[in-house]
Ligand binder design. Structure first.
Ligand SMILES: [Fe+2]
Ligand SMILES: [Fe+2]
Length: 273
């Protein structure tokens, strides 16, 4: 019931027709006063209830807002968490495949290392056999090769070359005259002055040596040495007339060691210098 309804009701009571001859019951005023009081109290209660309802509505609205915001944030956080999990999984996957690739590469490198070590050992064995064969055939040649190797290693070391290169130059030097297998003994061991034809046969040992050493990487330096160890810095050597730094460093070192040993050794036609 609204305020207006209550007032209407009071007015209705108030304007009821009175008979002036009939004495009014003394209870009528009291009743009106009580009614007015009741109406005021009802008014107050009503407006209080309205205020409370409005306050409640406001609080409820605010609470709803806060809840919605909280839900939104929760939704966003859940989304971010999902994304973060996906990123983490992707990253873990990438790391895993990267690690697998690296392991595969390491395995391949290890196999490559084993294979090349095997090849090196085989090559070195071949060289030892060659040296042995040379020594059996002719003791002088055998000891000459061993000394040249020692000189070459000493020079290379003194030049500050890395250990691996010193070793490579050393074992490769052993094959510098391997092409002489094709040179007839009567020319090789001749104690007379060689004719031009004989000398051109001698020169051939450089070219033959290079060919005999094939194409393997292991003999690359040996091939250069076999081909170039009779070249000269001034370009007056053979077989190609290369000069200066056109000649490989390994061949230049072997050339010095070879000549040094020839000069300091006794030969059928000369004393040792
Ligand atoms: Fe030679
Ligand atoms: Fe020699």
């Amino acid at each position: 019931m609204s305020n207006d309804d209550t007032k209407d009701m009071v007015e209705t009571v108030d304007v009821s027709p009175r008979d002036p001859d009939v004495p009014q019951a003394p209870g009528g005023d009291v009743f009106r006063q009580l009614l007015h009081q009741a109406v005021r109290v009802a008014d107050m209660a009503n407006s209080q209830a309205m205020r409370m309802a409005l306050d409640f509505a406001k609080v409820y609205e605010r609470e709803q807002g806060v809840r919605k915001e909280f839900e939104n944030q929760l939704k966003q956080m859940t989304l971010m968490e999902k994304q973060a999990t996906r990123y983490a999984e992707d990253l873990a996957g990438m790391l895993r495949s990267e690690r697998e690739r690296r392991q595969e590469l390491e395995r391949a490198l290890e196999q490559e290392r084993i294979a090349s070590e095997e090849l090196r050992r085989t090559g070195l064995q071949g060289i030892s056999h060659l040296l042995l064969a040379a020594t059996i055939k002719d003791r002088t040649t055998g000891t000459h090769l061993q000394r040249v190797r020692r000189y070459v290693e000493a020079i290379a070391e003194r030049l500050g070359l890395p250990g691996e290169l010193v070793e490579e130059y050393g074992y490769s030097s052993v094959m510098h005259d391997v092409g002489k297998i094709h040179t007839p003994d009567h020319i090789l061991q001749s104690e007379h002055h060689l004719s031009d034809d004989e000398f051109s046969v001698i020169k051939q040992h450089c070219i033959d040596g290079e060919k005999m050493l094939g194409t393997a990487r292991f003999f690359e330096t040996a091939r250069a040495i076999a081909r170039e160890h009779h070249e000269r810095w001034d370009g007056k050597g053979y077989p190609d007339g290369k000069k200066g730094e056109e000649i490989s460093l390994a061949a230049r070192i072997v050339s010095v060691a070879d000549v040094f040993d020839a000069l300091t050794s006794k030969r059928p036609y000369k004393e040792a210098w």
